[in-house]
Ligand binder design. Structure first.
Ligand code: HEC
Ligand code: HEC
Ligand code: HEC
Ligand code: HEC
Length: 469
């Protein structure tokens, strides 16, 4: 626009001596000033002017661009999630500024769907952007969740933003997601009745929490805490409703999927009891160049904040790093063991079905697979579990080991009754081999996704959908 104006003015100003030329120049200059001013004011966010320190540190999460390919690290999970999109791509989380672009680009959210198909719910946008609560208001909650993920893509303008945690334009904390308000009331911690310490943790708990899409309510996001928010009470809720996310194609198990229950794990930790929250560790107080104190909005790993966030209670950083490494190694070893037992169980169940097993024969072992995999997932999907609540992590994995061991004993009896002597297990030593075992051709999925990005996202979506790509 500006370029065009300048060009017109340059052409018009050539015969400068003529009155017309001068007139065009004057009007042009006035227009240019007006246009660039209005362009600028459209770009400057009032929150940036009012709260520059918070704004700049919020924006700085764009520096946290590293992430890990979890499927390559733990290829067994590809077998355990077979039949669902989780088996296609799964990365560790990174900075908030990437939230919209990552959900746009992941193979999990696929491509545009055929006319008439329902496809993936727009509910997938819920924890990435303030446009989600906005659209819920505009379309109604079920109008929003009943829409397709791709159809609302062009509407998404911002990543996790001030208004996701504050009443917009103010520092007062807020919980704009209705399902999060409901959830906190279910565990008898209604947001409005909490002090600012608990409110701080709850704003994170809107998104860093386990949820599912309610099929009977147009795939509305629901946090399943009616009976409480432990693995046991959530499982009770799902079992009572006979809910499952998908039927596992190998073992026919009705699978439950946990999603990042960081809030749940933190809420039962020693830290929570002492009033140490997500904010204490991930958003500590810091100072600007002039020495003014403010809350650091560059939400990142907590160990970089050791001095401000931990040192008042814990000795040295190096001792803490060592301690965390040790806890993590112990949890990881237990998790890898449960995974290998679970993979074997899925294939043993398949062998039994193939040999003509019936549901009455299989019930016990299928339920054991469901319950063991749920506990494994409730531990593994919880990012930072080893720091947030290692005790519960160990308990979950020990219980999962017990359950799946029982399930495999039951399967061994069924296989014996059916005279099955040999079970074929897959090679899942690498991501490629595990994908081959479940028949997923990654290269094809990537090709289709790239075509979708080129045709739809690059042409029609907002710049935020491309951050980091
Ligand atoms: C992920 C949640 C989250 C986001 C996003 C967020 N804030 Fe905050 N903000 C907080 C929390 C938590 C506090 C600390 C509140 C407390 O301790 O009482 C806070 C504190 C503040 C304060 C009080 C002064 C201070 O520094 O402690 C201001 C002002 C503020 N935020 C502005 C902003 C602005 C502007 C944005 C957007 C650029 C933003 N916040 C984005 C969670 C968030
Ligand atoms: C509106 C939803 C939402 C809210 C609110 C939210 N987060 Fe996040 N958070 C995300 C998403 C989504 C990601 C992953 C982004 C990605 O990988 O693209 C993430 C990533 C993170 C990471 C990983 C950062 C890294 O560099 O590895 C941390 C730590 C984190 N969030 C902590 C918090 C804390 C603490 C709060 C509360 C102050 C909070 N989040 C509030 C959605 C949210
Ligand atoms: C006692 C301090 C502490 C508290 C309280 C805490 N965290 Fe963490 N968190 C950590 C540490 C330590 C890690 C491990 C990674 C690192 O910081 O180096 C971590 C990791 C994470 C990660 C994964 C980051 C990644 O890239 O893998 C997320 C997400 C996260 N925390 C969110 C939260 C949320 C949400 C809460 C509150 C419900 C919370 N944390 C409470 C210290 C804490
Ligand atoms: C207000 C004090 C306080 C702060 C701040 C604090 N902690 Fe703790 N932390 C405790 C207490 C109390 C315990 C339980 C007793 C123990 O194990 O030392 C604990 C335990 C731990 C444990 C052992 C595991 C567990 O949950 O029992 C780890 C790991 C840990 N803290 C990490 C951190 C990190 C990392 C930070 C900063 C990012 C931090 N803590 C900040 C008080 C604090």
């Amino acid at each position: 626009m500006i370029n065009l104006l300048v060009e017109v003015m340059m052409k018009a100003s050539r015969p400068l001596r003529t009155k017309v030329g001068l007139g065009v120049l004057t009007v042009g200059l006035a227009l240019l000033t007006f246009t660039s001013w209005s362009l600028q004011s459209a770009e400057v966010d009032p929150n940036q002017i009012k709260f520059p320190n918070q704004f700049d540190s919020w924006q700085a999460t764009v520096e946290q661009e590293e992430r890990e390919d979890m499927l390559a690290q733990y290829p067994a999970s590809i077998i355990l999630w077979a039949g669902s999109s989780f088996a296609k791509e799964y990365h560790s989380p990174r900075g908030h500024q990437f939230a919209v672009a990552d959900v746009t680009h992941t193979l999990r959210t696929g491509v545009a769907i055929a006319e008439g198909d329902k496809g993936l719910s727009a509910s997938c946008w819920t924890c990435k952007t303030p446009d989600a609560p906005r659209l819920m208001k505009e379309m109604g909650i079920e109008g929003y969740s009943g829409a397709n993920f791709v159809d609302l893509g062009r509407e998404i303008k911002s990543v996790v933003y001030c208004s996701d945690c504050h009443i917009d334009g103010s520092e007062k904390l807020a919980l704009p997601r209705p399902h999060a308000q409901d959830a906190m009331a279910k565990i008898k911690l209604p947001f409005d009745k909490q002090d600012s310490t608990m409110q701080g943790a709850q704003v994170c708990g809107q998104c860093h929490v386990s949820y599912y899409f309610q099929p009977e309510n147009n795939n509305k996001v629901n946090i399943p805490w009616i009976f409480g928010n432990t693995a046991d009470t959530i499982e009770k809720y799902y079992d009572t409703r006979r809910f499952y996310e998908w039927i596992h194609p190998i073992s026919k198990t009705p699978i439950l999927k946990a999603r990042h229950p960081e809030f749940e794990h933190w809420s039962r930790s020693t830290h929570a009891k002492k009033g140490v929250t997500c904010i204490t560790c991930h958003m500590p107080e810091t100072k600007d160049d002039q020495g003014n104190a403010f809350t650091d909005h560059k939400v990142a790993g907590a160990m970089d904040n050791f001095e401000q966030a931990c040192s008042s209670c814990h000795g040295s950083k190096s001792a803490m790093v060592k301690k965390l490494d040790k806890i993590k190694a112990n949890i990881d070893a237990k998790a890898r063991n449960v995974e290998s037992l679970l993979v074997q169980a899925h294939y043993e169940a398949k062998a039994a079905w193939d040999a003509g097993a019936t549901w009455p024969q299989m019930n016990d072992s299928i339920m054991a697979i469901r319950h063991a995999q749920w506990r494994w997932d409730f531990a593994m999907a919880s990012h930072g579990l080893y720091a947030h609540n290692p005790k519960e992590g160990v308990e979950l994995l020990d219980m999962a080991t017990e359950q799946i061991t029982y399930g495999r004993e039951a399967l061994a009896r069924v296989l014996n009754q059916l005279s099955v002597e040999k079970v074929e297990y897959p090679d899942y030593s690498t991501k490629e081999k595990a994908h081959a075992a479940i028949g997923f051709i990654e290269a094809d999925a990537i090709k289709a996704k790239q075509a979708f990005i080129k045709e739809e996202v690059d042409k029609h979506w907002q710049p935020v959908a491309k951050t980091g790509y």
